[in-house]
Ligand binder design. Structure first.
Ligand code: NM2
Ligand code: OGA
Ligand code: ZN
Ligand code: ZN
Length: 353
């Protein structure tokens, strides 16, 4: 009788194996679990464990008799008797970065190209498509290539151009410091698309920074500042005639393994800081430090979007901004979407490639 078995140096609990039994009583053919994990007998014992051609055969003892074969590949893939690793595929970039670029025509015609484009967004947090027809609404066709639009109070898509009574500074010609969109929303839209329909005669320069890279630099150079920005929460707020949105979060979110998972920064919509009295002055200093790194040439790239260019980026990682007041008409269309749809489409494309 065994409570634990060992395979290729990894230990597995009898209960864990029983829970993950692949037999047709335990799993529907669609792969979903049929039994209730929490109802399995905690003291279930293994009576026999032997290697076969197709996998490891396990026989559980009475009174909970059951039998199954676990493929070796399954056991290797799901082994948990080892230290947790960082499964993030992010490759950080700085001021020397060349935006990965893909042709719209290639991406719609060729599934391999489509996968490379989506992979670039996962890896770098951003990629540019060129040659997207400059008809209004094309941005929605681009979203359909990988996922679903996230509709908000700004509409299914939004027009970024100068308005007479702008509800948001985005709808003016004035520069916008590097930011992530909609930090006042919960959940924050995880992807953003911006499509250039009309380029300004002058100005309207796009600035971009990898927020993960900037936060890592801050962690190295000023750990105390990093600690404050990743523990104290701040509120963000947006209010207009038809919306009143508010949400709190940390400017830098770190998971329990210490990996940076999201960036939430938007100077114009930060509500009055409510960090603790003793930390307030240091918080301002920390914010100044992070923004200085974000805006520095070590991190920031600038470019002017051409007509037909479309940038797709991770709105919880890559900060975007607008530099140099636009002269002449400028018109972008933008929309939001969700990262899980992109990941799912990429995973399905990967299956077939
Ligand atoms: N717009 C462009 O998050 C923000 O408030 C940035 C968003 C108005 C949809 C601007
Ligand atoms: C926005 C924005 C940038 C630009 O609409 O959220 O940041 O270049 N626009 O106009
Ligand atoms: Zn079973
Ligand atoms: Zn924006």
């Amino acid at each position: 009788m065994q409570d634990i078995i060992e395979f290729e140096g990894y230990r597995f609990h009898s209960l864990w194996l029983r829970d993950n039994c692949p037999c047709s009583e335990c799993r529907h053919e669609n792969g979903q679990r049929l039994h209730e994990t929490w109802q399995l007998p905690a003291d279930i014992q293994i009576e026999e464990c032997s290697e076969t051609e197709t996998g490891l055969k396990i026989r559980w003892a009475a009174p909970h008799s059951h039998e199954a074969i676990f493929s070796y590949e399954f056991l290797r893939r799901h082994a948990y008797d080892k230290p947790h690793t960082n499964d993030s595929t992010a490759a950080l970039w700085g001021g020397e970065f060349n935006l990965p670029e893909f042709g719209y025509q290639q991406v719609i015609r060729d599934a391999k190209q489509r996968l490379e484009w989506l992979d670039a967004v996962e890896k770098y947090g951003i990629a540019r498509l060129t040659g997207v027809p400059t008809q209004p609404g094309m941005i929605l066709k681009v979203v359909e290539l990988f996922g679903f639009v996230r509709e908000t109070n700004y509409g299914t898509l939004f027009e970024v151009r100068t308005e007479e009574k702008p509800q948001n500074l985005a709808y003016t010609p004035i520069p916008l410091s590097l930011h992530t969109d909609n930090p006042y929303r919960n959940p924050v839209p995880t992807l953003q698309l911006l499509h250039c329909l009309i380029k300004a005669e002058q100005g309207g320069v796009t600035a971009l920074t990898d927020g993960f890279k900037a936060a890592e630099l801050l962690r190295e150079e000023d750990p105390a500042a990093f600690a404050l920005l990743s523990t104290e929460t701040v509120s963000f707020r947006f209010s207009s005639a038809d919306a009143d949105l508010r949400h709190q979060g940390r400017m830098i979110t770190v998971n329990p393994q210490g990996n940076i998972t999201n960036i939430r920064i938007n100077n114009r919509s930060a509500a009055p800081f409510q960090v603790s009295f003793d930390n307030m002055a240091d918080y301002y200093r920390a914010y100044h430090k992070l923004m200085t790194i974000i805006q520095s040439d070590r991190c920031k790239i600038t470019l002017t979007l051409d007509e037909g260019d479309l940038v797709l980026f991770d709105n919880e990682r890559v900060l975007h901004g607008r530099e140099v007041q636009a002269i002449g008409t400028r018109h972008l269309q933008g929309c939001y979407a969700d990262r899980d749809g992109l990941r799912s489409t990429a995973a399905v494309l990967r299956r077939n490639n």
